[in-house]
Design a protein around this ligand. Structure first.
Ligand code: PMP
Length: 361
């Protein structure tokens, strides 16, 4: 049967998402979810929609959401294209812009789903290698901008947590393609959202910003994301997306969530405070902690025993992410820890204290 698949599908391994135990007895710090609940207005909106007209199709263009998001990012609604999670933003982008044989690039290490999506689309992939300061070389960037149909940059980056400046991003604009600024974690830095970069003329054309409600808005279980781009791009992408890619409940809930900025910003404030506390505690346990602009931190331990640390935590029902990057020059492996609630982080620090003590003996 496997020979019935397209050749490139036969050959790829498939993306493996983080573990998702569905019981509540885990401290779950492995997939960068928000430990706090979404705005209560989300539940109200869901309830209202669930008891109204689910027998009819939803608004294919999610007008209420587009208007609310447009307002937030100071663009007109035709700059906003909603999707069923930001992973669907990416699928729509690959299907819209990549020909068979196009080349795409992304910083490495970062979000390896880009590679899977590229291969499904029969594209070749160039990894823009990051050095130990999470920077790319200007020569590599200059070469790739000549070659690529798409260059995708998570900003802040995952798993490293750093954020690149507008000037750095500008060096990655393809000569004849699209720069995708993947802002899944774009609400966590202390300066305003990078969506505003689109108002700069150098980014206004051939740039797409992607956003998700999974992280800052506490809605990973809902599945909602959106792209922000010039209408010349969104109008073409509209032809690619499924007509009803976002359901009525998700549209109502996502709209309620982004209209309640106070709720999101308060959760964000707590996460940023806890992030600092966790970083300090891990530094004093001997970890090398990378400064983070996201809702997770990236750490390495001088022992190099990352898999052991991950397994020891898992045995105590604390789930973090052990990551290994084949072929990376500088950043071979480490641990990514999502920022949980204060209680969850206290338990994690206590557990790590013991694990590190055992390691040192
Ligand atoms: N981009 C990056 C960099 C991510 O880490 C994630 C979450 N795994 C996504 C996009 C996708 O987010 P979602 O599909 O949950 O909206």
């Amino acid at each position: 049967m496997s020979s019935l698949f397209r050749k490139n599908i036969q050959e790829i391994a498939g993306y493996v998402p983080g573990e998702q135990p569905q019981t509540s007895d885990w401290i779950k710090l492995n997939t960068n979810e928000n430990p706090y609940p979404p705005s209560p207005k989300v539940a109200e909106a869901i309830q209202k929609t669930a008891t109204s007209r689910l027998n009819i199709y939803p608004d294919a263009s999610a007008t209420v959401f587009r208007e609310a998001a447009a307002d937030l990012f100071s663009v007109s609604p035709d700059w906003i294209l909603p999707a069923n999670g930001s992973d669907e933003n990416l699928t729509i982008i690959f299907r819209s812009f990549c020909e068979d044989g196009s080349t795409i690039a992304y910083p490495y290490p970062s979000y390896v789903l880009y590679e899977t999506l590229a291969k499904i689309q029969n594209c070749s992939v160039e990894r823009l290698q990051l050095d130990h300061n999470f920077q790319w070389s200007p020569q590599d960037a200059a070469e790739l901008t000549k070659l690529c149909r798409l260059i995708l940059v998570p900003n802040p980056n995952s798993p490293t947590g750093n954020r690149w400046t507008a000037d750095q991003l500008a060096t990655l604009r393809p000569d004849n393609g699209i720069l995708v600024m993947d802002e899944a974690y774009g609400d966590f830095p202390s300066t305003p959202h990078m969506g505003q970069l689109l108002s700069e003329s150098r980014f206004s054309k051939r740039t797409i910003v992607t956003r998700t409600l999974s992280k800052s808005y506490s809605l990973a279980g809902l599945r909602f994301g959106f792209s922000i781009a010039d209408p010349e791009l969104t109008s073409g992408m509209l032809k690619v997306k499924d007509s009803y890619n976002c359901d009525a409940i998700a549209i109502a809930a996502a709209t309620a969530a982004i209209l309640d900025q106070d709720w999101m910003l308060n959760n964000r404030r707590m996460i940023v405070e806890t992030r600092q506390r966790l970083a300090n505690a891990l530094t004093s346990l001997g970890f090398e902690v990378s400064p983070s602009d996201a809702n997770f931190i990236w750490v390495v331990h001088p022992s190099g025993r990352h898999q052991y640390i991950y397994e020891q935590l898992k045995a105590q029902k604390i789930l973090i992410r052990f990551m290994k990057f084949a072929g990376s020059n500088q950043l071979a492996e480490g641990l990514r820890i999502s920022i949980g609630s204060d209680e969850e982080i206290d338990k994690t620090i206590d557990a790590l204290q013991q694990i590190v003590k055992d390691l040192n003996e």
